[in-house]
Design a protein around this ligand. Structure first.
Ligand code: SF4
Length: 282
């Protein structure tokens, strides 16, 4: 069986940065809290937890001086709450997410109806919604936009969760144009990494017989990547660890493609390769 690796795999810039910041804090302080998972990767979070990280659901649960904010960012309301407490804030919000937050805030302040394309339950989107102010709506897709029944002749600004697919974003933009706004401002806030990763996954899915998408099952960008692969190749599977693999998937398959979400580290693949080579020499 031949394996083909997508051109873009492993941690993205924002996730690598967040993990590094957390590691440095733990090395210096010995312990720290993180509000929710720093990244959507169970294995990495478990590893950090073994080094002193405590994942908490609410700032009320913080039990030491340091609070780490994930790369997805937090709402301005919550930032204000944290500042009122004597907690040392380590903010790992990805700069691309920060850019989307600034865009949402500026549109809201200018009185625009703000449409955010994304998953309503995702922490990044919840924060963007708060940044955008009172006239904000979150929609998953073009159908969601139509269900809003927007009035014609209003001023609309649209942006995206950083890990959405470009096709979905453009479909929503088209649906907004159909709603006949007075003025429309479109901001492509999908991050470059997500775009390149999705394009690479689409390419490789067209060249193989089976596609594996490695990543956290709760990771938005991994799920999006899986959708992209599935749209090209029906035999695409999302796996979190090797334990998820099923031997029957591979019957009669000679070429397998592999891609990964932005919060999946590539180090495990490399370690496994080295071990296999060593074992082969014995
Ligand atoms: S996927 Fe993009 S926006 Fe999200 S953390 Fe990575 S680099 Fe930042």
């Amino acid at each position: 069986m031949r394996l083909k690796l997508a051109k873009k795999v492993g941690f993205c810039f924002g996730v690598r940065r967040a993990v590094k910041m957390a590691e440095e804090v733990l090395k210096k302080e010995g312990r720290a809290n993180s509000l929710g998972s720093i990244i959507h990767n169970k294995q990495v979070v478990e590893d950090l937890s073994a080094r002193g990280l405590k994942v908490i659901k609410s700032i009320d649960d913080a039990d030491s001086g340091v609070l780490i904010i994930s790369s997805h960012g937090i709402s301005p309301h919550l930032s204000g709450e944290i500042l009122k407490r004597s907690l040392k804030l380590v903010d790992t919000t990805c700069p691309f997410v920060r850019n989307a937050q600034k865009t949402a805030r500026s549109l809201g302040e200018d009185g625009y109806t703000v449409i955010i394309v994304g998953d309503v339950n995702h922490p990044e989107v919840k924060a963007l919604y708060d940044f955008a102010g009172k006239l904000a709506h979150v929609v998953k897709d073009a159908l969601g936009l139509k269900a809003l029944k927007l009035k014609p002749n209003i001023e609309i600004g649209v942006l995206s969760q950083t890990t959405q697919s470009m096709d979905n974003f453009l479909n929503v933009v088209k649906a907004i144009i159909d709603a006949k706004p007075k003025n429309l401002k479109v901001f492509n806030t999908i991050c470059r990494d997500a775009q390149v990763r999705q394009a690479a996954a689409r390419d490789i899915s067209g060249e193989v017989e089976l596609m594996l998408v490695v990543g956290g099952k709760n990771s938005a960008n991994t799920k999006r990547l899986f959708e992209v692969c599935k749209n090209t190749l029906r035999k695409s599977y999302l796996i979190e660890t090797e334990g998820d693999l099923k031997s029957q998937w591979f019957k009669g398959v000679s070429v397998v493609g592999i891609t990964s979400g932005a919060s999946t580290q590539s180090v495990k693949i490399i370690r496994r390769k080295k071990r296999t080579r060593k074992e082969g020499c014995k």
